[in-house]
Design a protein around this ligand. Structure first.
Ligand code: AMP
Ligand code: MG
Length: 399
């Protein structure tokens, strides 16, 4: 049984970012950029008005002057504005030659095709100069950042409709167990519905991976070995559920040993002591325990950061914080416990409440949780008011 930190270090020592691929910018949210982006143009490429008003020569002062034309956004043909004249101009429109300021419409009076300024302007007022937003040649985004709404907007501003991003890992998922039926099938006595495969595929998508279902495998060593081999041939990562403990019909560890190198097969962790990690060829394989909570919590703590590292993510890990226990927590026992909890921000503190009974079959212990509070092994009740480290798995509650 190895400590959590050692298990994490072993996984980190073998995980590598995947290669890059071109991605349409409009589909690139959540992806990690694999190239530096430099601008090949100035933004704006022309002097643009920032208001609706009149383009003028500032040196003319406030005197009445004729309005010689109207320039709306998108209009390229403009007469020059000579001293003593003005042009009506809209927000975003290119300034005509000769004009060196724009006066807001609110600061003017118009009558009979003549405009009078109610206050003087200085050269440059209400004008976006060429290249003020982005200068030609500037590096605006560096490889390794996560793309969101503002980055997609910036790329599109620069005409980059396709960008190079790290590939998303394909993650094969296999459920094992003679007792499993599909969730929509009748359930004979002794059988249970295969919920893990669907929960894991959802978690894989959330982590940026592409799930590939390998279906369910009966507890048959040859069948499971064949499916593990097929999974590792098709995917960057293989995730199995069940069949990794010490039962008579637990065949995942032997299959991984036969096909590749098993790095560890037991960790000092609750829920999910039998977590197994192996490499088969270049594929990383995680044998997750079958209990629904164990499989999801071990996925969260060990697989999710791995999938994010493979995508070149700059911030693969969840935030780690100190929380204050709002009530007594039961003693964790002989292993480190990752206790599901709800954390809220209240009067300058992060307060944690347990989600209740922590049995590894009870998925309701995960419903609505936003934190895993890390409890060191021990036989004593953890008192309300004491502090513990926690991993934030979701947004904080605010009341
Ligand atoms: P195992 O790790 O194979 O010994 O399974 C441990 C427990 O998890 C057993 O009670 C199984 O019935 C349950 N279990 C295993 N696989 C799944 C699954 N795919 N969906 C839901 N429960 C499962
Ligand atoms: Mg089983």
């Amino acid at each position: 049984m190895i400590p959590v930190a050692d298990a994490m270090a072993i996984i980190r020592s073998v995980v590598r970012p995947l290669g890059a691929e071109p991605v349409p910018t409009q589909d690139a949210d959540g992806r990690i950029l694999a190239e530096d982006i430099a601008s090949t143009e100035d933004v704006p490429p022309f002097r643009a008005s920032t208001v609706d008003g009149f383009a003028v020569v500032a040196g003319d002062g406030t005197a009445k002057r004729p309005v010689i034309q109207e320039i709306t956004a998108g209009v390229a043909d403009r007469l020059p504005v000579r001293p003593g004249t003005a042009a009506r101009i809209m927000t975003g429109a290119p300034l005509p030659d000769g004009a060196d300021a724009v006066v807001m419409i609110e600061d003017t009076q118009t009558e009979g095709g003549q405009v009078t300024l109610q206050r003087a302007v200085r050269p440059g007022d209400n004008i976006r100069p060429i290249g003020i937003d982005v200068a030609n040649g500037d590096t605006v985004l560096r490889a390794g950042i996560e793309l969101g709404a503002s980055e997609v907007g910036l790329l599109m501003t620069l005409g980059r409709a396709t960008v190079s991003c790290y590939r998303r890992p394909v993650v094969a998922v296999l459920s094992t167990g003679d007792e499993l039926v599909e969730p929509w099938e009748p359930v004979p006595l002794g059988s249970i519905r295969d919920s893990n495969r669907y929960a894991l595929m959802t978690a894989i998508r959330e982590a940026g991976g592409i799930p590939l279902s390998l279906g369910r495998a009966r507890d048959d060593r040859e069948l499971q070995t064949r499916l593990v081999r097929e999974g590792t041939e098709q995917a960057d990562v293989l995730v199995t559920s069940g069949g990794v403990s010490v039962g008579d019909r637990d065949y995942i560890k032997p299959a991984l040993e036969e096909l590749g190198k098993v790095h560890f097969g037991r960790i000092n962790f609750r829920p999910g002591m039998p977590l197994t990690f192996a490499e088969v060829g270049t594929t990383l394989a995680f044998g997750l325990p079958g209990n629904p909570v164990s499989s999801l919590v071990t996925f969260e703590v060990f697989v999710r950061p791995t999938l994010r590292r493979m995508q070149g993510h700059p911030n693969p890990d969840r935030p780690r914080v100190e929380v204050e226990l709002e009530h007594d927590f039961p003693a964790p026992g002989s292993r480190v416990e990752y206790h599901r909890a709800v954390v809220r921000w209240s009067e300058g503190k992060l307060l944690a409440r347990s989600t209740g009974l922590q049995m590894s079959s009870r998925l309701l212990s995960m419903t609505g949780h936003n934190a895993l509070v890390i409890l060191d092994p021990g036989t004593e009740t953890l008192r309300a008011g004491s502090s513990r480290p926690a991993i934030l798995t979701g947004p904080l509650l605010t009341n």
